[in-house]
Design a protein around this ligand. Structure first.
Ligand code: 26Y
Length: 823
């Protein structure tokens, strides 16, 4: 063509092709004839990056020039998954890149599949952080993610003989083209040493943190584009590195080797994500990681701030810092330390700045998930911080006395330091005392924290507590992962839904439009077939695409009750065996999820699910009627395949235990029908979609309380329900594992002798009834798809754009920035 190519920034196919070829040659030293797929993938990503760089730089420049208030989202986890589709959707360059790949002899899908997930998170909390970055950029907020660039993300799960095996997730083996290392952005992070008192020139007692050991934090930046708005924000991930280049002349041979070996020790801080989800284990390396993140991030925030402003007392006016759970809550004492020890402010001024700048999100009420760091560990690792925490606590306890009088029990409950055999710092208490807002993640959850774990604090500081119901980004979780449905919706109601998800309400009217409904149901079928092909290819299983696709995907945890669906699967098996001629609505049950490597019960659930699956799938009597699969190595990418294909969404936690859930929202948006308890955000999903369009069963939070108070006995439920008893007996007696009949005794013991803390037996009869409702509804396809469509149409509230707008307005004080200049 005669048209001039704009290799780096041109948005046309020819320019993009030229750029890919140029990257192959000049970035990777290969060419189109000899390059392999990985190299081609890399060149594609580098060409996408070229098209982000101007916006990335301009966005940051604009923030500086306009002195925009900056939002810092600090999180130990960012489960961002793959980035290529997302970047292309947001840049509106999908077709151009597809064509460019094709012209150069590659299939876009094949190239996309080369990318490893960035799996720097465990589950909900990490994925929420990723959705928030997308929404902040899309809303035009100056929102920055800060995290750790782990060499190893969440482990790769394999299944051997039905058991979970963990393998390292070496996602960086070939580097990632998305991350730009910034050698000039590097901060020392200090550990150990001691706090030394001295008197300053004004005669004030002050402290210096001395004799510390240093590790360096090196910035790696990943661009976070907004949806077609020219905004590119930043996710900054810190990599740990050793202090300075070694001065080789000063070493003799032995010291040299040791010194080089020490580099490894320093780098260990950012080596691996702790794979524990909601179980606190007080490992020192984890504490180091948390302080490493907090210290480097605060240094970065303050350096940036000082380049634009001269009075740190205005910090809360220009900076908001959100702590994702308590994991970054050392920000409270660290900001205090910086303001007092390094900037020379007095306590009161420093405290005022700190509290007004910081806020904290709680994601769970489970007591075993709450971080409590031993005082002894902090004294060794962060002596000055411990001293500050003691002072915060002393002043706080005085306030408690002023507020409540002499109530020793209350003081003991509220103290940031819990005394006892091993005194420890309660990071949640520190977060409530040291920030201006604490939020829960769904209405029910926020009510619960006010009434239970944080009740005393709520009574003292009611205005600090606020709800911010979670959300998901419609870009990834509809537009990208379910293109056929996204296109259908857009052709009917336009594409405003992509950034205004509540516009999906316009689909409500379509329930009586036969043509539309046919297309809507065809898409579900098409997605099921796509999933079946994927599962066949990657796992070797044949899914029955005529069956109900009934899916439970999430971390494996007792409170999430995967066991209840497993029992249901076994009960269905028994029913079909006993009634071979009875009609059944065919079902394909799919599980996926990882168990924390140290969580024996969760790992046993995986084995049980696999044993039950084997029994079912190898029995010819089940053919066309029942299937059950556990798909290994659940990931964001696998979720993107599964969710669009789901008919039924399993959200069956014991009421009061799932803070919100976000998978529930993704399924509903993609037209799956929820079978669930009144827990977390299920309550709000029900409010939105209407009682007739969700299948709710089981005990409520109050019901759970009442049952426990009045003396629950799981034996009664065991004896009262024949089908349930039969399955439990089978599990106990080795029916599913004949070679090792006592294998599942830990499970059956916890249900019976252990009195079933999670109330699986108590809820089972209601659950089995609810599953019958599912069957009945599914047998009337017209009815079913109406319900499904009402789900798609009515869950606009659960866009993370709405969630972020709420944070911006009620917590961050930057509502004036929302959508500014873009609409
Ligand atoms: C301290 C450490 C062991 C720890 C690590 C990870 C503790 C907790 C976690 C993760 C918690 C988490 O993912 N919570 C989930 O947060 C989601 C987003 O708010 C909620 O939707 C979900 O209900 C909640 O379980």
């Amino acid at each position: 063509t005669s048209k001039k190519l704009n290799v780096k920034t041109g948005m046309d196919t020819e320019s993009i092709k030229a750029d890919i070829l140029s990257h192959l040659r000049y970035s990777l030293a290969t060419d189109i004839e000899t390059a392999n797929k990985k190299e081609f993938y890399k060149s594609v990503v580098l060409s996408v990056m070229d098209r982000l760089h101007d916006s990335w730089l301009n966005t940051q420049k604009e923030y500086r020039e306009k002195k925009t208030k900056k939002i810092y989202y600090i999180s130990m986890e960012f489960l961002i998954g793959r980035l290529l589709d997302n970047a292309l959707v947001n840049l509106n360059l999908e077709q151009e890149f597809r064509d460019a790949c094709k012209d150069l002899g590659y299939d876009y899908e094949e190239i996309r599949d080369i990318e490893n997930d960035a799996a720097l998170g465990n589950g909900g909390l990490g994925r929420l952080a990723a959705c928030f970055l997308d929404s902040m950029a899309t809303l035009g907020l100056a929102g920055f993610g800060y995290g750790i660039k782990y060499d190893y993300g969440i482990f790769k799960q394999k299944i051997h003989d039905g058991y979970q095996i963990e393998r390292p997730d070496d996602w960086l083996r070939f580097g990632t083209p998305w991350a730009t290392t910034r050698p000039s952005v590097m901060y020392p992070v200090r550990f150990y040493g001691r706090s030394v008192p001295y008197t300053d020139e004004d005669g004030h007692l002050r402290f210096k943190w001395e004799n510390t050991q240093h590790v360096y934090a090196l910035a790696n930046d990943i661009p976070m584009p907004g949806f077609r708005n020219g905004v590119v924000n930043n996710l900054r991930l810190w990599k740990a590195t050793s202090p300075k280049s070694l001065d080789l002349t000063s070493f003799n041979q032995g010291e040299y080797i040791n010194a080089v070996r020490d580099i490894e020790l320093h780098e260990n801080i950012s080596r691996v994500l702790y794979p524990n989800d909601k179980i606190f284990v007080g490992q020192e390396l984890r504490l180091k990681q948390e302080y490493f993140l907090v210290s480097s991030t605060l240094q970065d925030i303050l350096r940036e701030y000082k380049q634009q402003h001269d009075d740190l007392r205005d910090l809360p006016k220009y900076v908001a810092i959100q702590c994702n759970d308590t994991h970054p809550n050392l920000a409270v004492p660290d900001l205090m330390r910086i303001l007092m020890d390094e900037e020379g402010f007095d306590w009161e001024t420093s405290w005022d700045i700190t509290v007004k700048t910081l806020s904290y999100t709680n994601h769970t009420v489970l007591p075993e998930a709450l971080e409590k760091w031993p005082v002894s560990m902090l004294r060794n690792l962060l002596p000055r911080h411990l001293q500050i925490i003691y002072e915060i606590n002393k002043r706080f306890i005085n306030k408690v006395h002023e507020h409540f009088g002499d109530d020793v029990n209350r003081v003991r409950r509220m103290s940031i330091i819990s005394e006892g055999e091993q005194p420890s710092v309660q990071m949640a208490n520190l977060g409530i005392v040291g920030t201006h807002k604490v939020n829960g993640v769904a209405a029910l959850h926020t009510d619960l924290i006010k009434k239970t774990i944080f009740r005393d604090f709520f009574e003292m500081y009611p205005e600090r507590f606020t709800n911010k119901t979670n959300g998901i980004t419609p870009r990834r979780w509809l537009k990208q992962c379910n293109k056929p449905l996204a296109d259908l919706i857009t052709s009917e109601i336009g594409d405003s839904w992509i950034t205004h998800l509540s516009d999906l309400r316009k689909l409500d009217d379509k329930v009586n439009d036969k043509k539309f409904m046919k297309k809507y149901s065809d898409i579900k079928q098409q997605n099921k077939e796509r999933l079946a092909a994927y599962v066949k290819e990657n796992y070797g299983f044949e899914l029955n695409t005529k069956a109900i696709f009934d899916i439970q995907i999430k971390r494996i945890h007792e409170y999430k009750r995967q066991l209840m669906l497993a029992i249901y699967a076994a009960a269905q098996y028994n029913y079909i065996k006993a009634n071979p001629d009875a009609p059944v609505v065919p079902r394909t049950i799919i599980f996926a999820g990882k168990a924390a490597p140290g969580y024996a019960m969760a790992k046993m659930f995986i084995k049980l699910i696999n044993s039950i699956s084997d029994k079912i799938n190898n029995d010819p009597d089940m053919e066309g009627k029942l299937q059950c699969f556990f798909l290994d190595n659940y990931s964001v990418t696998l979720a993107e395949q599964l969710i669009p294909a789901a008919d039924v969404s399993e959200q069956i936690s014991t009421a009061g235990m799932e803070a919100s859930g976000t998978g529930n929202m993704k399924f509903a948006l993609n037209g799956a029908v929820t079978i669930g308890t009144l827990d977390g955000a299920n309550v709000e999903i029900k409010e939105e979609v209407g009682d007739e369009n969700i299948i709710i069963f089981g005990l409520t939070v109050e019901g759970v309380e009442e049952l426990r108070r009045s003396g629950y006995s799981s034996w009664e439920y065991y004896n009262a329900d024949k089908a349930l008893k039969q399955v439990i007996d089978q599990i106990r007696d080795g029916f599913f594992e004949p070679d090792h009949p006592s294998l599942f005794h830990t499970i059956t013991n916890s249900l019976l002798d252990g009195n079933d803390y999670f109330l699986v037996l108590a809820d089972y009869p209601a659950y089995a009834e609810a599953q019958k409702e599912v069957d009945a509804l599914y047998s009337k396809p017209d009815e079913w798809f109406k319900v499904a469509l009402y789900n798609t149409a009515r869950v606009g509230k659960f866009s993370s754009d709405r969630t972020i707008s709420d944070y911006a307005t009620d917590i961050w004080g930057c509502e004036d920035q929302l959508n500014k200049g873009r609409e």
